[in-house]
Write a protein that binds this ligand. Structure first.
Ligand code: NAD
Length: 736
């Protein structure tokens, strides 16, 4: 039999080499045809007496990116359509459909013939579950193996939860599953999830050696007398382990993620059963999690939309691709140095300019520090370091910008300084080169007034720390051309980050919404909410840090500067509030600027921080915690950010729902289980959301008044995704 995605060659020893190599794809993914073919291959190998065992390998550099989640999306859509007529039959179709892969893997595991997986490079999700179902795993030194399903609201549903917990120590296994972490070869070996590590070219030979040595085709858990690595769930050891596991789960997730909740249930219940029943339990929870709005929203934002944005969904189609060879960076400070590092890492030459040579050199030294750390951790080589550093020229000479395709300005947030460097740079740059500002708040159109070529002027807003944050916000000035946009997007793709494109306005999208989160924390202080309760409400709502903590990170003096500048710009239209008093008292009177000077709403000692006991001196004595409802505080923090996003959408600063959602999660960590700010509104329904806004406006102030767009949508019960559907998705997606 011949297959589209696999080839099979049997050698003279009777060992079949099954090579997975999907035509026209850069990565093997699991889709319907792969499942059908894999199913047939297992049947064929099991039935063929001439075949003694099999090696499953990949024809590509990596093993597999996992399942194509659009397949699950399709299954779900089908379920929702059918549910209306016959809910029971629809549930059965979903259950059967979502456990197909699990059944194929179980068949492979119990077919009586030994299978070895050889795994090089990336191996994720369903790919990892395939490897775990085999009877042994030989992996390359470059292995990156993970089960990242929890990150898109799911959990591993093709046997992953049951096999991992039967193969490795309970604590390590649970952490691996719940955090969706990626393991390197040595870690996977230490956890007993793989058997051997070999050089990439020797993988198949090593696998065949295992087969020749008589690899057992029956797994330990399918034999009598099998003992779980951590003992039974209901045992003295189990009583020590599982209550603590539950507590850690709650601490890490605040019970916001159904994927993690069902994962834990599936593990605890599955471990009490023989494998076939355990897999059935896993499948039931998997079908259940698939039906949650959280999973649907997370798959949409963090898988489908993110991929579309990474493939530059917003790139003007008529622009020729840019091959970016060299970029200039003005300002080698905190941001400029980070931008230089990620750019040079992408193989692009960098001219890094500052006011004096010392400052420029200091900026370059940041790259040295980062890559030296990576070398220590075994993630980079000396040769890579030399190459990286050779790409960065630290200088004060603007003439070095002459052959740059793109110049990114990251000097102080000061209009006059930005104007001076724009003029100096443009005088040296090619006339077709694009000039970008990394400003966090100053409108691009106004900065472009300093430019002789405003068509070539654009905003490229990075987040700190640049090497870790995956989002880049591109800002279009009034005169920005499509060519400049294409250049910015091509550059962002080259440095492997995710772009969103917004129109110009004060604070753009992300900074503007982040400020509302911090502001709401300050307003809560003014309302008498105890500081610790505010911080906990933020974290319990799913934000990475509380609003006061974030205020300290961003810097309170910066927030004060922004408030003062906004007040100056808006003049009489500016409405003064308790926030102004708190910030003025903290910054001007007490010089508490936040983390940067070791004192803000927190006191900082090294990596430790504790809430500053003097907050009450600034805000007045807080009321008892019992006067506030924690659920309402949580909601208040999320609703405010979602409402601000809806306003930005109405103002057409944001024009694409995907960008709003992905940008909110990657840019400022908006509660990922919601799928992002606009998905959060859709999930609640616009009528309910508008009601909450109105209620909060009466109770907490007019800043909660819903905008016209939201009121109109609520009247007709419309959703953002229904009313503003993103342009059709591309057909060819890679998998998670
Ligand atoms: P920074 O103070 O760390 O660095 C600014 C650098 O610009 C300094 O090295 C300074 O010597 C240099 N500089 C000043 N005047 C110059 C001139 N005339 N010519 C050449 N170099 C000059 O500041 P930063 O935090 O890196 O911020 C830079 C820009 O990035 C600002 O516009 C800021 O708003 C924006 N930004 C900052 C962050 C952040 O988290 N810090 C995030 C996004 C955007």
């Amino acid at each position: 039999m011949s297959f589209k995605n696999f080839t099979i060659e049997t050698d003279e020893d009777g060992f079949a080499l099954v090579t997975w190599d999907m035509p026209g794809k850069s990565m093997n993914v699991i889709d319907m045809t792969v499942m059908e073919e894999l199913d047939a291959i297992v049947d064929q190998i099991a039935a063929d007496d001439a075949i003694k065992g099999a090696v499953i390998t990949s024809g590509k550099a990596a093993f597999s990116g996992g399942a194509d989640l659009t397949m699950l999306e399709g299954l779900l859509k089908d379920f929702h359509v059918k549910r209306g007529n016959d809910p029971e039959a629809a549930a059965k179709v979903l259950f059967d459909g979502s456990r197909k892969l699990s059944q194929i893997y179980r068949k492979l595991e119990t077919c009586g013939k030994p299978f070895v997986a050889t795994v090089a490079g990336t191996c994720m999700g369903g790919g990892t579950e395939l490897a775990l179902a085999c009877h042994a795993r030989v992996v390359g030194e470059d292995l990156k193996m993970g089960l990242p399903e929890v990150k898109v609201g799911l959990f591993p549903g093709a046997g992953g939860t049951q096999r991992v917990m039967r193969m490795t120590d309970g604590q390590q296994g649970l952490q691996f599953l719940l955090q969706g972490r990626t393991l390197r070869a040595s870690q996977a070996k230490q956890m007993k999830l793989v058997d051997e590590v070999a050089a990439p070219r020797k993988l198949v030979a090593a696998a065949k050696k295992l087969l020749k040595a008589g690899l057992d085709p029956v797994k330990e858990w399918d034999k009598k007398g099998y003992k779980l690595p951590n003992g039974k769930v209901y045992s003295p050891a189990g009583f020590q382990f599982w209550p603590a596991a539950n507590a850690i789960y709650r601490r890490e997730t605040h019970d916001n993620y159904p994927g993690a909740r069902y994962l834990l249930q599936s593990v605890v219940e599955g471990l009490q059963m023989p494998m076939d029943l355990a897999l059935q339990i896993e499948s039931r929870y998997f079908a259940k999690v698939l039906q949650t709005p959280e999973a649907a929203n997370m798959i949409r934002s963090l898988f489908v939309s993110m991929q579309e944005l990474n493939k530059l969904a917003r790139r003007p189609a008529d622009q020729r691709p840019n091959k970016i060879k060299k970029i200039g960076i003005l300002g080698a400070g905190f941001m400029g140095a980070g931008i230089a590092y990620v750019t040079a890492q992408a193989g692009i030459d960098v001219v890094l300019i500052d006011r004096d040579q010392e400052a420029a050199d200091k900026g370059k030294a940041h790259s040295d520090e980062l890559i030296s750390k990576a070398i220590k951790r075994g993630r980079a080589t000396q040769e890579q370091k030399e190459k990286l550093l050779s790409r960065i020229t630290a200088t004060v000479d603007y003439d070095a910008l002459a052959d740059c395709d793109l110049v990114i300005e990251a000097v102080f947030e000061d209009r006059d300084i930005k104007k001076t460097v724009t003029e100096k740079a443009e005088a040296a740059m090619k006339s077709r080169a694009v000039y970008a500002s990394n400003t966090s708040t100053l409108p691009i159109t106004s900065l472009a007034q300093a430019s002789k070529r405003p068509k070539n002027f654009i905003g490229i807003h990075f987040f700190s720390p640049v090497d870790k944050m995956m989002l880049v916000e591109v800002i279009l000035g009034k005169k920005t051309s499509d060519r400049a946009l294409a250049m910015a997007l091509d550059y962002i793709k080259a440095i492997k980050k995710t772009p969103i494109v917004v129109n110009d306005s004060r604070g753009f999208y992300t900074s503007r919404v982040v400020m509302t989160y911090i502001r709401e924390g300050l307003m809560m202080l003014a309302d008498g909410v105890p500081p610790a309760m505010i911080e906990n409400a933020g974290k319990m709502a799913g934000m990475p840090v509380g609003p006061l903590s974030l205020g300290d990170e961003v810097a309170l003096d910066l927030a004060w500067k922004i408030v003062s500048a906004t007040r100056k710009d808006l003049g009489v239209k500016y409405v003064e509030g308790p926030l102004d008093n708190i910030l003025e008292e903290m910054v001007v009177k007490r010089e508490r600027f936040g983390r940067k000077n070791g004192k803000g709403f927190y006191d900082y000692k090294g990596k430790e921080k504790t809430l500053w006991p003097g907050i009450a001196e600034v805000t007045g004595k807080p009321k008892p915690a019992s006067s506030f409802n924690i659920e309402e505080l949580k909601k208040r923090l999320l609703v405010m950010q979602a409402l601000e996003t809806a306003r930005i959408f109405e103002e057409q600063c944001l024009t694409d729902v995907r960008e709003a959602d992905v940008g909110s999660i990657l840019g400022f960590g908006f509660a990922p289980y919601t799928g992002g700010t606009l998905s959060y509104i859709d999930m609640m329904g616009t009528p309910a959301f508008v009601e909450v806004c109105k209620k909060y406006a009466r109770k907490w102030g007019p800043r909660f008044k819903p905008n016209k767009l939201l009121r109109d949508m609520a009247r007709e019960n419309r959703t953002f995704y229904g009313m503003f559907p993103p342009k059709t998705a591309e057909k060819d997606r890679d998998a998670a």
